[in-house]
Design a protein around this ligand. Structure first.
Ligand code: CP
Length: 311
């Protein structure tokens, strides 16, 4: 695959293949990617774990990172996203990880230009977050060994969440039953098509995975933020110890993070026995290694062919 832009682009076979590849890296598989490959992490929205984890993945693969900070780049002088990427391609980057506030920013890049650099979407607006979704799938598959028949409850700010958009679609396609919780206003028609909206206590009792989402205050209107009460939200929708005790014995708690302790999850639940929040982050490095390897695979084949022609 040349690029990884959204979960809907990946076939089920490609998803399972990426999980398998990530597990092999986790088990100690060494990379076949040459040290002459450069990666650039173009983050135009803030990030802690996605950016750090792609950086570690690139280093573990033997690649070198071209440093980039949006705030000190020439995008502040008006340079376009396309010109930025074309510049990095010209300089020698093989793969660009991009996070951008604009939904589907990648469509213009791949449909209207002939770029010779691989793009991995590190999150677009409220659209898609394929690397988060794939690491979530890896973590669920490690625990249950399947998706078919699992009940997954996604609770929180659905409409603004690229994690909810990515995960609801792929989990449904892989045979899981997806259910939703949180404010009614966030349960938009696209989610209603995929699964029911349920009371949070019922979700905790019935689900195999309880996946929590942060309230994305940066994407709420001034009015919505003014009317938001953290305490009310926590009491109605937050995961506290009482709700954890309702969960099935082998159920998982997941959260893409960053976490708002005391809003969607209680402080003393974040690292409880059922929580896979930090294991998700650990798996993220191996999944991102698998994703980078997958987009570069064709290039390596071409490189080897060129080497053979030279001999
Ligand atoms: N889960 C996630 O995307 O976290 P960051 O915003 O810190 O990258």
């Amino acid at each position: 695959m040349k690029n990884i832009l959204s979960m809907s682009q990946l076939s089920n076979e490609e998803v399972y293949s990426l999980i398998d590849s990530a597990e092999k890296f986790k088990a100690g598989k060494k990379s076949m990617i040459g040290t002459d490959k450069f990666a650039i992490n173009l983050f135009f929205e803030n990030s802690t774990r996605t950016k750090s984890s792609f950086q570690v993945a690139e280093m573990k693969l033997g690649m070198k990172e071209i440093e980039f900070e949006a705030s000190t780049s020439s995008t502040t002088k008006g340079e376009s996203l396309y010109d930025t990427i074309k510049t990095e391609e010209s300089i020698g980057a093989s793969v660009a990880i991009i996070r951008h506030s604009q939904d589907k920013y990648y469509e213009d890049l791949v449909n209207n230009h002939n770029l010779n650099i691989h793009i991995i979407n590190g999150g677009d607006g409220t659209g898609q977050h394929p690397s988060q979704s794939l690491l979530d799938l890896m973590t669920i598959f490690e625990h249950f060994g399947k998706f078919d028949g699992l009940k997954i409850g996604i609770i929180g700010d659905l409409s603004h969440s690229r994690v909810a958009h990515s995960n609801a679609e792929i989990l449904t396609r892989l045979g899981a039953q997806v259910c939703f919780g949180g404010l009614d206003a966030w349960y938009t028609p696209e989610f209603a098509e995929m699964g029911p909206h349920m009371d949070v206590d019922d979700l905790c009792r019935e689900m195999d995975v309880v996946m929590l989402l942060r309230v994305q205050h940066e994407r709420l209107s001034e009015e919505e933020n003014k009317n938001f009460s953290k305490t009310d939200y926590f009491n109605k929708y937050g995961l506290n110890k009482e709700r954890v005790n309702m969960m099935k014995a082998d159920a998982m708690i997941m959260h893409p993070a960053p976490i708002n302790r005391g809003a969607e999850i209680a402080d003393d639940v974040v690292e409880c026995d059922k929580s896979y929040i930090f294991p998700q982050m650990a798996n993220g490095v191996f999944m991102r290694m698998a994703m980078i390897e997958a987009v570069l695979e064709g290039d390596n084949v071409r490189d080897e062919a060129t080497d053979q022609e030279r001999q």
